[in-house]
Design a protein around this ligand. Structure first.
Ligand SMILES: Cc1cc2nc3c(=O)[nH]c(=O)nc-3n(C[C@H](O)[C@H](O)[C@H](O)COP(=O)(O)O)c2cc1C
Length: 210
């Protein structure tokens, strides 16, 4: 099957079968795809929480307009961006770059100028930058799930502040951005499963600049 056929197969699943769990190796592959997503300068300025605890997921569901996917899917993945960009978090990325590729003067220079750049911006600006990167991770996760025939739902319909409180994200220097549920559809109870995909006509959406 081609990538496009997988992408046509996937849809934002509304109803999951709570009895069906995504096997750990399959979950690991989806998370690896998230980690392989590109990010600005390779900073990956977000963390990814995999929430399986049922009591916590009940609380999160209440903070997500009671959307049933939050509790019924096999796994709930929360993309949480760094609440600012500092020596503490970005420094570790540069340490990792040095570990994998070797340290160099140019890497040390890049580190210094990147940290100075982020220090000149507000925490909110830095968070917004980080949040944009998290969405790319979401996209890769959704595509990987489709390829593995795992149903998934990208979800922005939740109270981010409440999620942060429930998950203790402030203490971790994180803010929730977007979530993705993973599992297997309950086709009999899902109003969206049989409906055709709606996409804007290509002629409207794509503009050729010749
Ligand atoms: C950022 C974002 C937030 C979304 N929030 C929700 C949500 O809270 N609940 C939900 O059921 N679907 C949500 N969706 C799914 C979209 O409604 C869905 O992707 C879109 O209608 C296209 O349909 P398809 O994914 O089935 O092709 C969200 C999608 C994205 C990308």
């Amino acid at each position: 099957m081609t990538l496009l056929s997988h992408l046509n197969w996937r849809y934002a699943t509304k109803k999951y079968d709570p009895a069906k769990k995504v096997p750990q190796p399959v979950l690991d592959d989806i998370l690896e795809a998230v980690s392989l997503a590109p990010s600005s300068n390779g900073y990956q300025p977000y963390d990814v929480l995999v929430v399986t605890n049922p009591a916590i997921r009940e609380k999160l569901r209440a903070a997500a307009f009671n959307q049933p996917q939050v509790t019924d899917a096999s796994h709930l993945v929360v993309f949480a961006a760094w609440d600012s960009i500092t020596e503490d978090n970005l420094g570790k990325v540069f340490d990792r770059m040095a570990e994998v590729r070797g340290s160099s003067e140019s890497l040390a220079e890049r580190r210094k100028s990147a940290l100075a750049g982020f220090a000149g911006k507000t925490a909110e600006q830095n968070f917004q930058f980080a949040a944009q990167q998290a969405f790319i991770g979401l996209g890769f996760g959704l595509a990987a799930a489709a390829e593995l025939k795992v149903d998934a739902t990208p979800m922005g319909g939740f109270d981010a502040k409440a999620f942060d409180d429930i998950l203790g994200l402030k203490e971790l220097g994180l803010r929730s951005v977007v979530i993705m549920t993973l599992g297997y559809r309950d086709a009999s109870g899902d109003w969206l499963v049989g409906l055709k995909k709606v996409r804007r006509p290509k002629a409207d959406m794509f503009i050729e600049v010749k």
